[in-house]
Design a protein around this ligand. Sequence first.
Ligand code: TEU
Length: 527
Amino acid sequence: MGQPTEWWRSAVIYQVYVRSFADGDADGTGDLAGVRARLPYLAELGVDALWFTPWYLSPLKDGGYDVADYRAIDPAFGTLAEAEKLIAEARELGIRTLVDIVPNHVSDQHPWFRAALAAGPGSPERELFHFRRGRGADGELPPNDWPSQFVGSTEPVWTRLPDGDWYLHLFTPEQPDLNWGHPAVRQEHEDILRFWFERGVAGVRIDSAALLAKDPALPSLADRPDPHPFVDRDELHDIYRSWRAVADEYDGVFVGEVWLPDTERFARYLRPDELHTAFNFSFLSCPWDAERLRTSIDTTLAEHAPVGAPATWVLCNHDVTRTVTRYGRTDTGFDFATKAFGTPTDVALGTRRARAAALLSLALPGTVYVYQGEELGLPEADIPRDRIEDPMHFRSGGSDPGRDGCRVPLPWAAEAPHAGFGGEPWLPQPDGWAGYAADLQAADPGSMLTLYREAIRLRPEFGEGPLTWLPAPDGVLAFARAEGVLCVVNLADTPAELPAHSALLLASGPLDSAGRLPKDVAVWLRA
Ligand code: TEU
């Protein structure tokens, strides 16, 4: 027998967007009390860990990705003592906790930024950020031409202060970028990591992980600087090596939010002394197409193998269009650049495909992420324009619908007010939302929730072994894992014969009358 496998190499990790998960005090905002009350639900779902999007003190200008104090819980969500209880209670149920660290920027209400504003141009306080004089005769032009990292945003990444200095913010003006060339910034983040590891968290998700390091000259992109002045810079690897040393003291793990098209560059973050894992956005963005999915799976496995890191499989998160809606469209891929209001979708078709995609992703070797509500098959909600809060919408000049449609408070109980979420939800729940309620689905053997529960329960049958593709007709994905368990997904127009098997373990939908696998259905079989 070899060493027991490290838990994070084959885990199911559930993403909790606290604000919309469950509202314990009925004020319309989800909170830690709500999560604690629902821990039995999460245990029954069978997940190994929870990733909490930022729960720290924040003005919530970007859903908490604008942190004012990393060592305090936002009062809307609860207290630090409650977070500690939650971490301990989850652990008693066998569920680990990951927190979300946002190292690229802080809130403009963070004490460091307030001090920098007060201290004025040229002060040491301003060296913790990127303050510069502007271009032009009177410094009236921004220091460079960098584009916003909210894709589709037409807004500048520089804001000018009355004292004439400009400051850099790759996201909103309320999220000033930190200067990672400054030793105090590095020291502070290592302390923050320790603070949370000391409180029992098992891991950390790293927000915008490939963006923090900047070329100190802040050159304009028009001058074609090489390397890129703020994406994927080599200095990052040194930062993550020192973070890894901290994590290793606590057996902690990292998952990086690394959006990089270059697979070789991506894999560099996963070297043995850097991040344990990173999100697989190629799989998330991939259209519902057999060849494209197969290529994405093969590329993913091939890029991870040399560095010995497990792959992750992600279908959605708090930034992207919900799977059920996306898979029901003509264009089933995800791309920030093509998001638009009113894109038609066939939710029944999308749901059928999302069920098959759940079985596909849960059969693959590596770690799977489930975003809250994915297990309920929630569609993307249409948010009335006057209720949209997401800055991505406003910074696109109103053309991008933003990300609120995947952040609507969850339906828990069909008969309760606000579908059992709690108080009047901070984002409106669309008509019919109660029909997706967890209590209805728990009692329905054909529901998405039941499918997820069964799939997560059966997933260990696949073991830890590698994936082997089996011969299959065009449009059919069929693979075996070393333990002799098979996954077959039919994306072709015609029904497919099942390979020889001794048992059918799970199916995302019924087989046809001849026992064949219909279009957009997946099965797990024992060989
Ligand atoms: O998202 C990061 C993000 O939006 C960018 O990495 C972007 O996706 C990329 O540049 C596209 O090419 C994270 C959070 O998940 C998101 O909710 C926050 O709004 C954002 O960071 C800012 O903290």
